[in-house]
Design a binder for this molecule. Sequence first.
Ligand SMILES: NC(=O)c1ccc[n+]([C@@H]2O[C@H](COP(=O)([O-])OP(=O)(O)OC[C@H]3O[C@@H](n4cnc5c(N)ncnc54)[C@H](O)[C@@H]3O)[C@@H](O)[C@H]2O)c1
Length: 315
Amino acid sequence: MRLLVTGGAGFIGSHFIRYMLGRYPDYEIINLDHLTYAGNLDNVSDVSDHSHYSFVQGDIADRKLMDELAGKADTIINFAAETHVDNSITDPTPFLTTNVIGTQILIEAALKYKHSRYLQISTDEVYGDIEEGLFTENSPLKPSSPYSASKAAGDMLCLAAIRTYGLPAVISRCSNNYGPYQYPEKIVPFFIKRLLAGEKVPVYGNGSNVRDWLHVTDHCRAVDLILHEGKIGEIYNVGANNEHSNLEITKKMLKILDLQEDRIEFVKDRPGHDIRYAIDATKIRNELGWKPTVDFEEGFHNTVLWYSERLVINN
Ligand SMILES: NC(=O)c1ccc[n+]([C@@H]2O[C@H](COP(=O)([O-])OP(=O)(O)OC[C@H]3O[C@@H](n4cnc5c(N)ncnc54)[C@H](O)[C@@H]3O)[C@@H](O)[C@H]2O)c1
């Protein structure tokens, strides 16, 4: 396979590239990334010399460049996105440019070269929140933030292209990933950075908002399966049924770092803050045989230690 992986200098994309080069030494991977504030080539420095890997800096909304790169690949996997909900609330426009227009330009590039597969990496946030029960792939989309609305629009464009142009696309919607290499704006590295600097950590509202936590390597294994065995035109939820509130996650971090709970500061809630995300991943479990393998307590502990060592060095 010749893969065009977008957003491969970000958190999940970099893990995916490392995972794929390790598992499929014959595959060619082009990593296309705009290197926004969230992209960092250090995240892929350990594979940069691999003979089947190349990096191109560019924007998925750049049609000429996407046409050129798509011509060198047979498959596109689109991780590239503006991803931080708080930023989308302050300034939604970049989210539309990348997550909507950029996705459409990639779709058109895939169609132009009759690619064998297009994989859109989406999010459980497109369903909105749910106080009880689980969202399935058939649940209606009800996004709450400009970020999740732009991701939902990207999904819709894929579904439209499948139906209208026969795009061989598959969509995956995963829950909250954790693991190394995440930009320190997201809760785990952001809080650790503050704690190591002796600061308090700002927990939104009363901290009761619940997320389903999935180790990034379990997510990469799911994307691999979806890429090779997922059915064209289908959507797969990828979640670990591993629900924790933001307050629980914060207390875990404090415990691992041997710090007291008086470092928690409750702050005004995020506008429109989703109460709980929870997805039903039965389809990928039953049809593709995927299941998460990383034990949460162990995976989370190792993640906190990884950041605590690295963020101290970088300070
Ligand atoms: N992190 C999570 O928990 C999570 C959960 C569900 C879904 N997702 C989805 O997974 C994907 C990857 O998320 P992440 O956490 O790795 O994000 P990230 O913010 O860490 O990385 C995004 C990457 O995309 C690049 N990028 C941004 N705009 C671009 C553009 N216009 N052209 C090319 N590259 C561009 C950035 O430079 C960065 O390297 C996203 O599509 C996101 O919506 C993430």
